[in-house]
Design a protein around this ligand. Structure first.
Ligand code: 6PG
Length: 255
C-alpha cells in the first residue's frame, strides 16, 4: 500500500473546485450516515470561494444534510468577521446565504469577541481549544480530534493552516494556537490556527490549489524530501489525503 496521497489533476480552477466540493459532499454525507453528524474544517484565502459556489448549487446543495454538519475553521486572521481578510467572510457571503442551514452549527474562531474585549490571539485560541474540547468530537490515538474533512490551501512558502516553515506549532499539543503575524508572507496579520496534528488526524485531509504560482512549491512539497519543518504542508502528504490541483498548479510535478 502506498503511503502517498491521492493527487487529482483537473483542467482548471472551476473543475477543481467542483471536484473538491463533490468530495466534501460525499464525506459529509457518509459521516452523517455513519455517526449522525459531520465535522469539517474549512479554510481561508481564495481557495474556498469556488468550492462554496459549487456547494450552494444544485445538485450538491440538496445532498448535504447541513443541519447535521458542524463547520470549524482551520485558521483565521485576527481581524473582525466583516474584514476582507477574515477567513469567515467567504462563508458569510457565499456559503451561508446559499445554504442557510450551514449557519446552525458554524464555529468561527471568536475574533470579534477577542477584539471587542481587548484580548489577544492566545485568548481566542484557548477559547477555540475549549470549544473544540467540548464539541463532542471523537479523539484519536494521537490525542487530536478526528474531523471528517480538513480542507486547506497551500501557501507559496509551503505553509498550511497558519503553520509556517520552522513553526513551533509542529511540536505543540494545544488544539488551537495563537500565531504571531508572519513577516515573510502576506497578510502580515496575527492568526489563530488549528494544530497541524488535527490535519494529520482527519479522516480526509484535503488540499486544493490552483494556478502556476503554486507549481514550484507543490513539486517541493509532494516530490521533495520529507521535512515538515521546512514544508508544513507535508503533514497532508500521506495516504488517505487527497490533493486537488488544476493543470497549472500540477505543471512542475514529474508524474
Ligand atoms: C490563511 C490561510 C492559508 C491559505 C493558503 C492558501 O489564513 O492565510 O488559511 O493557509 O489557505 O495561504 O491561500 P490561497 O487559497 O489564497 O491560495
Amino acid at each position: 500500500m502506498t503511503s502517498e496521497p491521492a493527487i487529482r489533476v483537473l483542467d482548471d480552477p472551476d473543475t477543481t473546485s467542483r471536484a473538491a466540493a463533490e468530495a466534501i459532499t460525499d464525506a459529509l454525507r457518509a459521516a452523517v450516515a455513519a455517526r449522525g453528524r459531520a465535522d469539517w474544517a474549512t479554510t481561508g484565502g481564495s481557495t474556498p470561494i469556488g468550492i462554496y459556489r459549487a456547494l450552494i448549487e444544485s445538485p450538491l446543495r440538496d445532498l448535504v444534510p447541513w443541519e447535521s454538519v458542524h463547520t470549524w475553521w482551520g485558521d483565521d486572521r485576527f481581524v473582525p468577521r466583516t474584514d476582507p481578510l477574515s477567513n469567515v467572510l467567504p462563508f458569510d457571503e457565499v456559503l451561508a446565504p446559499g445554504v442557510p442551514a450551514a449557519r446552525e452549527h458554524a464555529h468561527p474562531i471568536a475574533m470579534d469577541e477577542a477584539l471587542a474585549g481587548g484580548h489577544d490571539t492566545t485568548w481566542a485560541a484557548s477559547r477555540y481549544d475549549a470549544e473544540l474540547q467540548h464539541g463532542g468530537l471523537e479523539v484519536g490515538g494521537s490525542g487530536f480530534p478526528i474531523l471528517d474533512v480538513v480542507l486547506v490551501g497551500i501557501g507559496g512558502d509551503g505553509h498550511v493552516l497558519s503553520v509556517f516553515p520552522g513553526s513551533p506549532l509542529l511540536e505543540e499539543y494545544a488544539w488551537a494556537i495563537g500565531v504571531p503575524a508572519p513577516t515573510h508572507i502576506e497578510p502580515h496579520v496575527a492568526r489563530v490556527s488549528l494544530n497541524p496534528g488535527i490535519l494529520a488526524a482527519a479522516r480526509l485531509p484535503m488540499v486544493v490549489a490552483h494556478g502556476a504560482g503554486k507549481a514550484a512549491i507543490l513539486a517541493s512539497v509532494l516530490e521533495g524530501t520529507l521535512d515538515v519543518q521546512r514544508w508544513p504542508a507535508q503533514v497532508a502528504r500521506r495516504a488517505g489525503a487527497t490533493w486537488f490541483l488544476d493543470r497549472a498548479a500540477a505543471s512542475d510535478l514529474s508524474a
